[in-house]
Design a protein around this ligand. Structure first.
Ligand code: SF4
Length: 334
């Protein structure tokens, strides 16, 4: 049973507080037919331009650290239980994707399925929107990357095996259900994710593991075992990211859930993250977002690199930064 727990939305004038016990949070599904565009283009200094497709908004998996929670606030909802229970479905996503790909002149290195939600959240079992969009990508021969925590992806093996340059990342930051539960209450268990990874790699699909987020003092020592399990399941790429909170509402929700789930360890865990950010949980700028700054973090990175090399993972190709065009010069009239 989950109770409504919504940090105030910074874009709304008013927020609700409950006197006494809040009501239980019920799953609500909204079908949105007014969506005009399905490909989102965004720039990040790490990856250059990214093109993403999200057929859903909100995520039933409810990871307490999820950075996508903030996107629910743009819809007028909250980054708390609203994000986990008020799910927006875009039933016309495959039609829109086909239309956009017909018209676009963008050169997409890959089309990424992820970033605002998990493309294989449980609703996908009946809506099949990710599946239909993948079929569109296959028709247009578009390279695809997918990030997921769900073994439901194995349902689409027939399409995935035909896709050009497909890469699938499984997000698995914790090795056991016990360790995953406090932070990933409604996700498929880590063992199921590793089994799905093995099914995909056995079918010839390239896979990797995202050990993200790293929560110092909680899962940093699990890096070797996670890399080993991923390698045994056929993964060839791996990355780590330090935990980050992009908004106050995500930070508040995470802290509250941490005290609720593991009260005896909460303070110690929070203090370790704060040491990396001058006493705060929030990072100051984008450069600090995915990494720590103390020796402790350096040791974590070295531990990752050591086992990455030992197990023979492949390095990432650096994304070339887009060329900076010179600013137009004002011409003289005379
Ligand atoms: S599965 Fe991904 S999108 Fe869903 S809540 Fe977890 S981190 Fe967020």
């Amino acid at each position: 049973m989950r109770y409504v727990n919504n940090p105030p939305n910074p874009y709304q004038k008013y927020s609700a507080e409950f006197l006494g016990e809040p009501p239980s949070a019920k799953l609500e599904i909204y079908e949105e037919f007014t969506t005009k565009k399905i490909i989102t283009k965004a720039y990040s200094s790490d990856f250059g331009y990214r093109y993403t497709v999200n057929c859903y908004r909100g995520c039933i998996h409810a990871c307490t650290y999820c950075f996508a929670r903030q996107y629910h606030e743009y819809l007028g909802y909250s980054a708390g239980t609203d994000f986990e229970t008020k799910i927006v479905v875009k039933p016309n996503a495959p039609i829109l994707l086909r239309e956009e790909l017909k018209k676009t002149r963008e050169k997409m290195k890959t089309l990424d399925f992820s970033f605002a939600t998990d493309p294989y959240l449980p609703l996908e079992a009946s809506y099949e929107l990710t599946r239909k969009c993948l079929q569109v990508c296959l028709d247009f021969q578009i390279p695809v990357a997918i990030i997921t925590k769900s073994p439901l992806i194995t349902r689409d093996l027939d399409i995935l095996t035909k896709l050009k340059n497909l890469f699938v990342f499984f997000s698995i930051p914790f090795p056991t259900t016990e360790k995953s539960n406090p932070f990933e209450p409604f996700t498929p268990i880590p063992g199921a994710r590793f089994r799905a990874m093995k099914t995909l790699t056995d079918a010839g699909i390239k896979c990797g593991i995202g050990i993200a987020p790293i929560i110092l003092g909680y899962n940093d020592s699990d890096i070797p075992v996670l890399l080993e399990k991923a390698r045994n399941a056929g993964a060839t790429k791996a990355f780590i990211n330090f935990i980050h909170f992009d908004t106050d509402s995500i930070e508040n929700y995470f802290v509250e859930k941490l005290y609720e789930k593991i009260p005896t360890k909460a303070e110690k865990i929070l203090n370790q993250q704060k040491r990396e950010r001058n006493g705060n949980l929030r990072h100051k700028n984008f450069a600090e977002r995915n990494q720590g700054k103390t020796e402790k973090w350096e040791i974590v990175v070295k531990l990752f690199e050591l086992h990455f090399k030992r197990l023979g993972f492949e390095k990432f190709e650096k994304t070339p930064k887009p060329e900076e065009k010179p600013l137009p010069v004002q011409q003289k009239l005379f």
